[in-house]
Every structure is written in structure tokens, then in C-alpha cells.
Write a protein that binds this ligand. Structure first.
Ligand code: GUN
Length: 306
């Protein structure tokens, strides 16, 4: 069996295009322009790339988009003051603070100050609690796991009763991913660095979501035949075969070997990554619509067959 490659890049592009149309309708019918503010503190090159692509995507979605790029030495008090002003700015419906923050700034203090209804990352304890309590429809849900769920549902349909294994227990991916799979009626296992006999858990799983940050850690022959493999990892490794000093991106799963057994598998790059930004746009549109008392859109249903 050679698994079908799940084209996250194409699905994300389709979703962004649908969001751009919905934003235009909101502007025309309700005079409401979805607004997003992205805050970055410091010079981390990877964060700068992410922030630039979030801004570009927001503009393509017809959103009002602002970026606050603050120097590394910005005080915690100044970051908190900026969040306060964005909380009170009616033209801004979504606030995202790019992580990691410099060490002298208390991350949870900053994230907890964002008004939950503007927390398009879904990291505020209110949103975490709503998701954990099964009240997803009232929450804003973290973008990466929300994107993974859309990909899994797209290829498998109803996930009810499936055995899902989430490898990784981060607040950004692992824990919300487990909550989302549970809300989709999967039987969910969470594995982490202290888990014993990971291969046997993988061998049992109909859905594997790998989010550990260890290059190609999940081996192909662990995968159950016919499983759906969602690889969240983005790891840069040396690629001497491409020439001296060259590198390449790989996921947390050994793609080639896993594709021999899986029915569906996401590539790296071009799988989960593009979905994260598309779901950030979706969350911003949701936050804007809720601010006007409008219903949430069903983004999975908006997607075409691409
Ligand atoms: N840094 C790495 N991933 C993320 C994310 O999903 N959101 C934010 N704000 N920062 C990140």
C-alpha cells in the first residue's frame, strides 16, 4: 500500500480563498472588517518568518492586519500595556502574540491578559477550559490541532470510535489535539517522553498525530496498515546528499517508510504547516462574526474537493 499524500498546502489555500470571500461578505453586509494584530518581541528568525506569512495571509483574506514588532529588550510592562490597548481596540478582533517570548517576559501573564474572545491562538485558560469541557462551539481553538482535525475528517469522514494516538503533550498541540479528537468521539491515547513501548501504541492506532519535535522518530513499520498519519513536526536536518552544508525539512515521522503502510499521510513540508495559518484566519473571522452576534461558519463544510 502506498498512502495517499494529504495535500495540506492545497486544502489550506482553498480554505483561505473561502475565508476571503466570507470576509468580503461581512464587510459588504455588516460593515465589519475582520482585524488581526500580531505581536512579536525580539529577533528570532523563524518567528519573523511565521509572523510575516501571517500578515500576508491576513491581507489576502481581506482582513485589517497590523503587526507590532518590538525590540528584544521591551519590558514586560510595555508588552502588557500593548495587549491592553489591543483589547480595547474595536477594529481588532484577533490578537496573536508570537511565542516564544524573551525570557524576561512572563508568557502566561501576557497570554492571560488577552481577552478570551480575541484569543485567536486559543491559549487563554478560558478557551482551554471551554475546549476541555466539551464546549468547543463557545471557544476559540488552537490553530494547529484544529487544522489537523480538519485533515483527518476530510480523509476518514466520521472519526467516531477510531483509536487515535497523540504523540506529544504540549499546550499548543498535544493537549488540545487530544481534546478535539475526544470531541470527535475517538478513543484517545496521549503518549510522551515517559511513555513505555511507544511502537505498540502506534501499531494499534487508526489515527496517529505526531507532535514531538524529534526528526523521523516514528518509524514506518510501527504504523498500522490503513492508518491516517498526521505529522506536525517541522525539523531541519543535515542533507549532505544535497551538497555540503545543505539541510532539509523532515517531520516527526519517517515519511517514506510510513507511506508504505498508511492509507493517508501528511508530508513535511506542505501538510499541517499551511493549515495552521489558514485556521488562524478562520479563528479571526469567527472572532469578528461573534463580536457582531453572528453564527460561526463551518469551515470544514466550506472546503471544496481539492
Ligand atoms: N510559536 C510556535 N507556534 C506558535 C503558535 O501556534 N502560536 C504562537 N502565537 N506562537 C507560536
Amino acid at each position: 500500500m502506498t498512502g495517499e499524500r494529504i495535500d495540506g498546502k492545497a486544502i489550506a489555500a482553498d480554505l483561505r480563498a473561502k475565508i476571503a470571500i466570507e470576509a468580503k461578505t461581512l464587510i459588504q453586509e455588516h460593515s465589519l472588517i475582520p482585524g488581526i494584530a500580531v505581536v512579536i518581541v525580539g529577533e528570532d528568525p523563524a518567528s519573523k518568518v511565521y509572523v510575516a506569512s501571517k500578515g500576508k495571509s491576513a491581507k489576502e483574506c481581506n482582513f485589517h492586519s497590523i503587526e507590532h514588532s518590538l525590540p528584544e529588550e521591551t519590558s514586560e510592562a510595555d508588552v502588557l500595556a500593548l495587549i491592553e490597548s489591543l483589547n480595547n481596540d474595536d477594529s481588532i478582533h484577533g490578537i496573536l502574540v508570537q511565542l516564544p517570548l524573551p525570557r524576561h517576559i512572563d508568557e502566561s501573564k501576557v497570554l492571560n491578559l488577552i481577552r478570551p474572545e480575541k484569543d485567536v491562538d486559543g491559549f487563554h485558560p478560558i478557551n482551554v477550559g471551554l475546549l476541555a469541557a466539551g464546549e468547543r462551539d463557545k471557544a476559540l481553538v488552537p490553530c494547529t490541532p484544529a487544522g489537523c482535525l480538519i485533515l483527518a475528517q476530510r480523509v476518514l469522514g466520521d472519526l467516531r470510535g477510531k483509536r487515535a494516538l497523540v504523540i506529544g503533550r504540549s499546550n499548543i498541540v498535544g493537549k488540545p489535539m487530544a481534546a478535539l479528537l475526544l470531541s470527535a468521539h475517538c478513543t484517545v491515547t496521549i503518549a510522551h517522553r515517559h511513555t513505555q513501548d511507544l511502537p505498540s501504541l502506534v501499531k494499534d492506532a487508526d489515527i496517529v498525530v505526531a507532535a514531538v519535535g524529534i526528526p523521523q522518530m516514528v518509524q514506518g513499520d510501527w504504523i498500522k496498515k490503513g492508518a491516517c498519519v498526521i505529522d506536525v513536526g517541522i525539523n531541519r536536518i543535515d542533507a549532505p546528499e544535497r551538497g555540503e552544508g545543505k539541510t532539509r525539512l523532515v517531520g516527526d515521522v519517517d515519511y517514506d517508510a510510513a507511506a508504505e503502510r498508511a492509507a493517508f499521510i501528511t508530508p513535511v513540508p506542505g501538510g499541517v504547516g499551511p493549515m495552521t495559518i489558514a485556521l488562524l484566519m478562520a479563528n479571526t473571522l469567527t472572532a469578528a462574526r461573534r463580536s457582531a452576534g453572528l453564527d460561526d461558519l463551518d469551515f470544514a463544510a466550506l472546503l471544496a474537493d481539492v
